[in-house]
Unconditional design. Structure first.
Length: 505
C-alpha cells in the first residue's frame, strides 16, 4: 500500500472535513468526472430477514409479507430505491447461513470448504484471493468499514493485518456487536470496550445495555455510514470500492432513539409457523436457538429489530443522497445485501443456521445506471458465491478472479428481459455439516445426516411445512434435484458427500 494512503484517524477525519468544505464550493462537477471504470459501493448487513424490506415484501403475497401481523412492516424507501432504479434478486441464498462462512464466499466466490471458513471464527486462508484484491491490482482505492469476521476469534480486533485487498481497513473489526463506537482523542484505536470489574465484556453481558447505546453520531450504524461517505469523498477522483459492513440487525436487539420507540411490541403477533405440529424435520432439533414460544422478550426484540432496520435504511439514504448530490451515482454500482437471515420466531426458532427461507435466503438489490434497467427482477436462483465473479464482470474485469465456484451471472442483470426466471439449481450447506440443500426459485431439497430427504414446493407451500419428497407427482423433481446436488457437491468437494453421512432416501 502506498504510504500516502495511510492516515491516523484524526488526520482522516480532518481531511474529510476539509474535503466536505471544498465540496460545498465545487458542487457536482467533482463527482461527474468520468474515469471510464465504475465505482462500487457495497452496503452489507448482518442477520437480515428479507421480509423487513419493502422491495422484498413487494414480491410476496400479503400472507407471506406480513408474518408478524397484518400491515406490520418497516418502511425502507431508500433500500427499495436501489431495486426500483436497478434490480432485485428474489432467490439469492447464503452459501452457508451463518456469518463467517457466508462472508468468505461473498469475498472469494468460493464455497466455505475451500476458504477454510466452514464455521464461525475460523481465519480465512491467506492464499485465497478476493474481488478486492483484483480491484486493488486494477488501481482502485479499496476501503472496508465494519464487521469482517474472517480472521478467527479476535474481538473486536481492529484493523486486521491481513487486509485481503482492502487498502484502508482502519475501521474494519473482526467481530462483535457493539452499539456505540467512538474515536479516541489521540487518534488511536476505536474502543468499543466496555469493562466490568476490569474485564472486557460483550454488550449483552453488561449490567445496563442502555448505557452503551450510541447517539446519531456514535451509534454503530451511523458511525460506519458517516465514515463510508468520508471514504468516498476522499477517493472520489479515482476509481473506488467501498464496502460498509453494518453489524445490525444482528442481536443484541437494541437500537438508539428514536428508533427504539417507533414500533409497538404489543402489535407483534406470533408467526403462524411457531407451532407447526409434530411432523418436523429431524434437522429442526432443539438447541440454543429454540424459542420456546412467543414471549414478551421476543416481542420487545422484534420491535427493536424493526427499529434497527429503519435506522439502516435512513443511513443508506444518506449514502445515496451523497452519491446523487455529487454526481457520483452516474458511474457507481450500489449493492445492498446481507450474510444470512433471521427466523424471528418462525418454526419456533430464532437466528439462523437452517435451510428455511428466512434463515438462508438473503436480500440482494443492485443498481448500475445505464447498464441495469430499472425494475429488473431476477428470480433465477443464485448464491453469494456468485457475487465476486459477477461484480467483477459488471465492472469490466470478467474472468479476473480465477477458480471461482460461483458463476458470473452478470447477464441476468444486464439483459433486456424484464424478468429472468429460467431454472437454475444451486446448493448451500450447513456449517456443522448436518445438512445440505439444493434450491431453485420454486423447489428446495434438503438432505441431512439425521432424517429422510425433505422436498419443499415454495410455490404451493411457502411456509415450508410439507414434505413432498415421497409424493408420486414429485418423483421427477426429487430425482432431478438429488442429481443436481450430488453433482455440485462432487464438483466443489463437499465434505458431507465424502464422508457418506447424508441420507439419500
Amino acid at each position: 500500500m502506498p504510504e500516502n494512503r495511510r492516515f491516523t484517524r484524526r488526520q482522516f477525519i480532518g481531511s474529510a472535513a476539509c474535503s466536505a468544505a471544498a465540496l460545498a464550493l465545487a458542487g457536482k462537477t467533482l463527482g461527474a468526472r468520468k474515469t471510464g471504470r465504475p465505482n462500487l459501493v457495497i452496503i452489507h448487513t448482518d442477520e437480515h430477514n428479507f421480509r423487513t424490506l419493502g422491495c422484498c415484501r413487494d414480491m410476496l403475497s400479503n400472507e407471506q409479507a406480513y408474518m408478524w401481523g397484518e400491515g406490520l412492516k418497516v418502511e425502507t424507501p431508500h433500500i427499495d430505491s436501489i431495486a426500483k432504479q436497478g434490480a432485485i434478486a428474489t432467490s439469492c441464498y447464503s452459501s452457508s447461513p451463518v456469518c463467517s462462512p457466508s462472508r468468505s464466499s461473498l469475498q472469494t466466490g468460493l464455497y466455505p470448504q475451500a476458504t477454510a471458513v466452514k464455521k464461525n471464527n475460523i481465519p480465512m486462508l491467506s492464499s485465497v484471493k478476493t474481488f478486492a484484491n483484483v480491484l486493488q491490482e486494477k488501481g482502485y482505492a479499496t476501503t472496508y468499514l465494519g464487521k469482517w469476521h474472517l480472521d478467527g476469534y479476535g474481538k473486536p480486533q481492529w484493523d486486521p493485518k491481513r487486509n485481503f485487498g482492502y487498502q484502508d481497513n482502519r475501521y474494519m473489526f473482526n467481530r462483535g456487536h457493539w452499539k456505540k463506537l467512538i474515536v479516541k482523542d489521540n487518534g488511536g484505536a476505536l474502543p468499543p470496550e466496555h469493562y466490568v470489574d476490569g474485564k472486557l465484556t460483550m454488550m449483552w453481558k453488561l449490567p445496563s445495555q442502555e448505557s452503551v447505546i450510541g447517539d446519531e453520531k456514535s451509534f454503530t450504524t451511523d458511525f460506519l455510514c458517516d465514515r463510508t461517505i468520508q471514504a468516498i469523498e476522499r477517493d472520489k477522483d479515482r476509481p473506488f470500492c467501498v464496502m460498509c459492513s453494518i453489524p445490525d440487525p444482528h442481536g443484541p436487539d437494541k437500537v438508539r432513539s428514536p428508533y427504539n420507540k417507533m414500533y409497538d411490541k404489543d402489535k407483534f403477533e406470533e408467526p403462524r409457523t411457531l407451532d407447526a405440529g409434530k411432523n418436523l424435520p429431524g434437522w429442526l432439533s432443539k438447541g440454543k436457538n429454540w424459542t420456546d414460544g412467543f414471549t414478551e422478550s421476543q416481542r420487545n426484540g422484534l420491535a427493536e429489530y424493526f427499529g434497527m432496520v429503519k435506522c439502516i435504511d435512513d443511513n443508506v439514504g444518506k449514502i445515496l443522497a451523497y452519491l446523487k448530490r455529487t454526481g457520483l451515482e452516474e458511474n457507481t454500482i450500489v449493492v445492498f445485501t446481507s450474510d444470512h437471515g433471521d427466523l424471528m420466531g418462525e418454526h419456533n426458532r430464532h437466528n439462523k443456521g437452517l435451510p428455511y427461507e428466512t434463515s438462508a435466503r438473503i436480500p440482494f438489490v443492485i443498481k448500475y445506471p445505464g447498464k441495469i434497467k430499472p425494475g429488473k427482477i431476477v428470480r433465477k436462483a443464485n448464491t453469494n458465491t456468485d457475487f465476486a465473479p459477477t461484480i467483477l464482470s459488471l465492472m469490466g474485469f470478467e474472468g479476473e478472479l480465477k477458480g471461482c465456484h460461483g458463476e458470473d451471472i452478470s447477464k441476468d442483470f444486464t439483459s433486456h428481459e424484464k424478468i429472468v426466471d429460467s431454472e437454475r439449481i444451486v446448493y448451500f450447506r450447513h456449517a456443522n455439516e448436518n445438512w445440505a440443500a439444493a434450491v431453485s426459485s420454486r423447489y428446495k431439497l434438503v438432505l441431512s445426516t439425521v432424517d429422510r430427504p425433505w422436498l419443499f414446493d415454495l410455490e404451493k407451500d411457502p411456509d415450508e411445512l410439507i414434505n413432498f419428497y415421497n409424493k408420486k407427482e414429485y418423483a421427477g423433481v426429487a430425482q432431478r434435484f438429488k442429481k443436481a446436488i450430488v453433482e455440485q457437491m462432487k464438483k466443489f468437494e463437499e465434505p458431507m458427500l465424502k464422508n457418506g453421512n447424508l441420507k439419500m432416501s
